[in-house]
Design a protein around this ligand. Structure first.
Ligand code: NAI
Length: 482
């Protein structure tokens, strides 16, 4: 059937529809919100301008980066650890284009999975760029430039975020790249400079270091992973340095000059003002992300905060009634995919008259390096600042039998509990399995557990999770194995 005819039929099918909800954006916030809305019986559409569903996370973020992290970890293990484990493999060779294909396959499978879920839940997928005309009308311009207006009772903005660059610097996605470019290099860079020692900077430094690049991270602060527990941040830095990643902490990048085949990065020590320069083939700019605010939001004067994030109330409603917003684009919580997902569920439930809710106090955060770093609840610094009297229990993986067997002895579990009530206030973990292990602690905290509750819960032996039980015992100074 010709595309125009198909389009006309599609439009006639939905033009007489008055939607209950139109979600703009199909990232983890948007697509989950659409599915939950449909589950609740709301007539739902989701607009996406990208060719595939899933937003930044599935297409150019969490998912492709985790594929490369996994492949590069195995490659690195094959080179450095297989032999000592009695696995003799000759001629280990990197085939980067195959590794990239493997990544693309994973992305395609998952984005197609969302298409399937949309069909299953009878969600109308509107392809094109959406903008809000008024609180009951959304315009979609498709790839042929054709514009259609759709009517709806509620609108959910889930447009996500975009990478931030340095002042006056253009990211060309060739030699000066954001995470998008760094997930698709055609060759392993000989020398990679990473600006920013946060989530993106450290995950992608790990990938390219393992695949053979010389990597230097330039970070403005005197520590990496701002916002994480300082104990964790300093131990993590030691581990990454041991892996061969170079760090220039407390440096401000002052110039980036792009030549034909290389880039010169100039940076200045914040304290001494001593200047340094490195010539490299690629520079990754990983200095944060900003909310993706369309012109329509500005024209409608939807209220933004000082960082240009959309202000929402406890019901995720913007300054215009009936227009909601969730995920990276709002002034609540960290820019994390799972935060957006839970907000998507909450707002769908609120729109349908239920009591949707997200607990920002128990929001796990994970850096998927090797070992992984995970945190939930408060850091020791935050507890101190809040003048809360607290106890700490720490247990190293060096004393955990399973970690020892697996040669994964780096890291620890650190539990912070209220001195008087013993209630768990925060947990940090550095471990090969930290991202998975943190879920136990999130559940414990959601149920208001004390460290004694965790200490008295049977943990299977031999598992990494025994370190959680031991850290809980250590809060009361009675660990068994340390
Ligand atoms: P980030 O906020 O995590 O880290 C940015 C780092 O850049 C900070 O340490 C900051 O001090 C530093 N910085 C800022 N300006 C600088 C300058 N001019 N020179 C040197 N350093 C500078 O941001 P990132 O890594 O870009 O990630 C963006 C967002 O994406 C974050 O909010 C993060 O939560 C999310 N994300 C989450 C992941 C996960 O859950 N594993 C993975 C990737 C991203």
């Amino acid at each position: 059937m010709p595309r125009r005819t198909k389009k006309a039929i599609f439009r006639s099918l939905i033009m007489d529809n008055n939607f209950d909800v139109i979600v703009i954006g199909s990232g983890p916030g948007g697509y989950v919100c659409a599915i939950r809305s449909a589950q609740l019986g709301l007539k739902t559409a989701c607009i996406e301008s990208r060719k595939t569903l899933g937003g930044t996370c599935l297409n150019i973020g969490c998912i492709p980066s985790k594929s490369l992290l996994n492949s590069s970890k195995i490659y690195n293990k094959a080179i450095n650890e297989f032999n000592s484990m009695g696995i003799e493999v000759n001629n280990i060779k990197l085939n980067l284009s195959k590794m990239m294909d493997n990544k693309s396959k994973a992305v395609t499978t998952l984005t197609k999975g969302i298409e399937f879920l949309f069909k299953k839940n009878k969600i109308i997928h509107l392809k094109g760029k959406g903008s809000i005309i008024d609180k009951n009308t959304v315009k979609v311009i498709d790839e042929d430039g054709e514009s259609t207006n759709y009517k709806t009772k509620n609108i959910v903005i889930a447009t996500g975020s975009l990478p931030v660059s340095l002042k006056g610097l253009k990211i060309d996605e060739k030699n000066i790249v954001s995470s998008t470019g760094a997930l698709s290099f055609e060759k392993v860079p000989k020398e990679l400079i990473v600006i920013g020692g946060g989530y993106i900077g450290l995950e992608l430094s790990s990938v390219w270091k393992r695949l053979g690049s010389k990597v230097t991270v330039i970070e403005y602060l005197d520590h990496i992973t701002p916002g994480m527990d300082e104990d964790v941040s300093s131990e993590f830095l030691k581990i990454l340095k041991k892996q061969g990643i170079n760090f220039k902490l407390g440096f401000k990048v002052t110039e980036i000059k792009s030549g034909k085949d290389n880039v010169v990065v100039g940076f200045t020590n914040n304290k001494t003002e001593v200047k340094e320069k490195i010539k490299c083939d690629k520079v990754l700019i990983a200095v944060g992300r900003k909310p993706n605010i369309g012109e329509d939001i500005k024209e409608l004067s939807i209220k933004l905060d000082s960082q240009e994030k959309i202000e929402v109330n406890e019901k995720y409603e913007t300054s215009i009634q009936g227009i909601y917003a969730i995920g990276d684009v709002i002034d609540k919580g960290p820019m994390l995919a799972h935060k957006a997902e839970d907000e998507g569920i909450a707002v769908a439930e609120i729109i349908s008259g239920q009591a949707g809710h997200v607990n920002y106090g128990v929001m796990p955060a994970v850096i998927y390096t090797s070992p992984e770093v995970a945190q939930v609840g408060k850091t020791e610094e935050q507890v101190k600042k809040a003048n809360i009297k607290y106890k700490v229990g720490k247990f190293p993986f060096l004393a955990n039998s399973r970690a020892k067997v697996n040669n994964e002895t780096e890291g620890f579990v650190k539990i912070i509990a209220d001195e008087k009530t013993d209630k768990v206030l925060g947990v940090s973990i550095i471990s090969s399995l930290a991202g998975t292990m943190i879920a136990e602690l999130a559940i414990a905290m959601e149920f208001g557990a004390s460290s004694e509750d965790i200490a008295r819960t049977v943990h299977a032996h031999p598992t990494h999770t025994e370190a959680v039980k031991e850290a809980a015992l250590a809060v009361d100074k009675r660990p068994i194995h340390f």
